[in-house]
Each structure stands twice: as C-alpha cells, then as structure tokens.
Design a protein around this ligand. Structure first.
Ligand code: HEM
Length: 326
C-alpha cells in the first residue's frame, strides 16, 4: 500500500501545479499545489516548514522502551538528523506568529532501518481527511484580487468545526520562546510491537526539558526571526533535550482522526527515551531528501493503516521535494 503511494507520487510529480477547482480531487499533487498557492508560491522551499533549522543529535532509549518496541532505536543510542521549522510554505514567516505550529522532523538512524517522526507543537492537525484538507486550502487560496475570500473561510469553518481546533489550541497559549521550548506531538496513533509480538497502541509526544514561552510584551520586543539565533546560543551552552513519551490508548480512543485529542492526563504514559539535540547542521543535510514519516519506520513501530491523513503524507512530501529540487 505504502509503495503504491510512492508510485502515485512519481506520477503526480510530473503533473503541473495548477490549482484544482474541485474538492473531490484530493490527490497529493493537488494538495501540495494549494499549499504553495496559499503561502505565496515561493520557489525552492518546502510546501510546509519552509523556514527552519537543520540539526543533529542523538536518541537514548529508556530501560522500558525495548519492552514496548523491538525497533533498534529502542535498545541503543543512535544518531539523529533533525529539523525545526515554522508551519506553512512562507520562508519569511515571522517566528512571532501565534496560530502556526512549530514543526520538528527527525530521522533516528540505524542500519536496520531509520525511524522518522515529523511532528508539530499541537496535539491535533487541522483536518481529518485529505478531501477536507484540500477544501481547507482551497478556501484560503488567493482569488482574482490576490486575497482569500473571508466569507468562504467562514462558511467552511462553520461546516467543519473540527478544522478550527488546532488554531484554537495555539491561540489559547503563549508563543514558544524557542524551538526547543515547546512540546511536539506525532498526532497519529502508532502501534508498537515488542520482540514477543505484544502490541501497544499509543500516541507519541516529545516533551521539552526546558519549556519556555513569551508574554505578549516580550513577544513585541522580538524581531521577526529570532529562533535560529536563540538555538545557536542555547546549543553552545549544552544539548536541548526532549523526553519521548508514549501515551497509551484505552478502548474507544479515536485512532483514525488527527483532529481529535485523547485525555492525556488520564492515560497511562511511558517514557521511551531522551532525544538530545546537540548542534546545528548545514541546511544541505536536511534538504537533500524528505523526512518521510510513513515509509521510514522500522519493524517494531507502525503508523495507523486506517488514518487517511497518514498514508498521504509520503506522496505529498515527495511532490514537494520534487518541486523544491527543480
Ligand atoms: C497529519 C499530520 C501532519 C503533521 C504533524 C505534519 C507536519 C509537517 C512538518 C513538521 C513538516 C516540515 C518537515 C521538514 O522540516 O522537513 C511538514 C512538511 C510537509 N508537509 Fe506535513 N504534516 C502533516 C500532514 C500533512 C499532510 C496530510 C500533507 C499533505 C497531504 C502534508 C504536506 C506536507 C508537505 C508537502 C511538506 C513539505 C515536505 C518537504 O518538502 O520535504 N503534511 N509537515
């Protein structure tokens, strides 16, 4: 199934990047074309996470981790390539933007197979199906006057209330003072499998060791780009750490809808290990390929087979890579 999506992507890459008219055309190339259209059609950048910083570090599993997953990454320390980013395809977006997720992509490397997560600073994504994402983007795309139609956005939001949850969550919280100062969620439900074949369904969250936010006053005093410099200074003092926490599912927790949260505080949690970001890497290290959270998973951890927002990420990221590399 995953492989066939890759083939689909290759075909899609050849397609032109015109903005589709109909919401039912929820193919990855159409979605990516709209992501670019909504954010100003910048060349040579990602369709989302266009502004970011490439990094390296390592991941060290906890004593509990191998009991949950047989992936090599949960039995020894492995090297990591990572990237923090601002959501959207505008490479000049202000770091002060509130209703935009901060992103975190990472590849935990091992010869037996890399473990890749591409995650955001909110527990939910904005849409639950590709068709809904397509329409979410369509109503935000600029019209003939160069501006989106506010009435269309309002009407879409009224018909699709769950698509407002992410922005509401972000708007209710202060802006992170650092890419390393906020938690990140993998939003999808993963299945962990240990050496005995026992399976555990969990949502995964990277919990920042040093949470830091800005008051409205502090935010006003900041320039539009401060995250990259802050990170340089922070890493000169020592690694930026995150605990990888598994939030264990209970019966009836939704596993196919990334706009729905689980009551995390009422769920059992297990710490799987600690990610340490140690240094900034040249952009080229992160730009040559995509971080593919669908295909690049080793045995012992699987994404949700029935969450339509999961599978489509692989071909969409391939389309974006093709466009930004040409
Ligand atoms: C559902 C949860 C999702 C999360 C948490 C998420 C998060 C992210 C993040 C953090 C990045 C930046 C990656 C980097 O720094 O290299 C990214 C890139 C991207 N996302 Fe998503 N995303 C999600 C779903 C989707 C979906 C459903 C689509 C489209 C169908 C999509 C399309 C893209 C594209 C095209 C890129 C640029 C990839 C590249 O050029 O390397 N995302 N996403």
């Amino acid at each position: 199934m995953i492989r066939s999506f890759s083939l689909l992507a290759s075909a899609a890459m050849l397609a032109s990047f015109t903005v589709p008219a109909a919401a039912e055309e929820a193919d990855p190339a159409a979605i990516v074309a709209l992501q670019f259209a909504v954010s100003g059609d910048h060349k040579g950048v990602r369709a989302s996470g266009a502004k970011g910083v490439c990094l390296k570090g390592n991941f060290t599993p906890s004593a509990d981790a191998a009991g949950l997953s047989k992936a090599a990454q949960f039995s020894k320390t492995v090297p990591v390539t990572a990237r923090f980013s601002m959501g959207g395809g505008n490479p000049k977006i202000s770091d002060k933007t509130k209703a935009t997720t901060r992103g975190f992509a990472m590849r935990m490397q091992d010869p037996a197979g890399d473990l890749t997560f591409v995650i955001i600073s909110a527990p939910v994504f904005s849409t639950k199906t590709p068709a809904q994402l397509l329409e979410f983007l369509q109503v935000r795309a600029p019209g003939p006057d160069g501006k989106p139609d506010a009435e269309k956005i309002k009407a879409f939001a009224a018909k699709n209330p769950e698509t407002g949850r992410q922005a509401a969550w972000l708007n209710a919280r202060p802006v992170p003072a650092s890419f390393a100062g906020t938690d990140y969620w993998a939003v999808h439900a993963y299945t962990l499998t240990n050496a005995k074949g026992d399976k555990t369904v969990a949502k995964l969250k990277f919990v920042a060791a040093d949470k830091a936010t800005l008051s409205d006053e502090e935010l006003k005093a900041k320039p539009d780009s401060f995250y990259a410099d802050e990170l340089k200074e922070r890493l000169a003092r020592g690694p930026a750490r995150f605990d990888l926490v598994a939030i264990l599912a209970e019966p009836n927790d939704p596993t196919t809808d990334v706009t729905a949260t689980w009551p995390e505080d009422e769920r059992k949690q297990k710490t799987l290990g600690t990610l340490a970001i140690t240094a900034i890497e040249p952009d080229a290290t992160c730009d040559a390929a995509t971080f593919d959270p669908v295909v690049d998973l080793p045995e012992g951890i699987a994404g949700p087979a029935d969450d339509p927002m999961f599978a489509i990420r692989s071909p969409a990221y391939a389309v974006s890579l093709s466009r930004r590399s040409n």
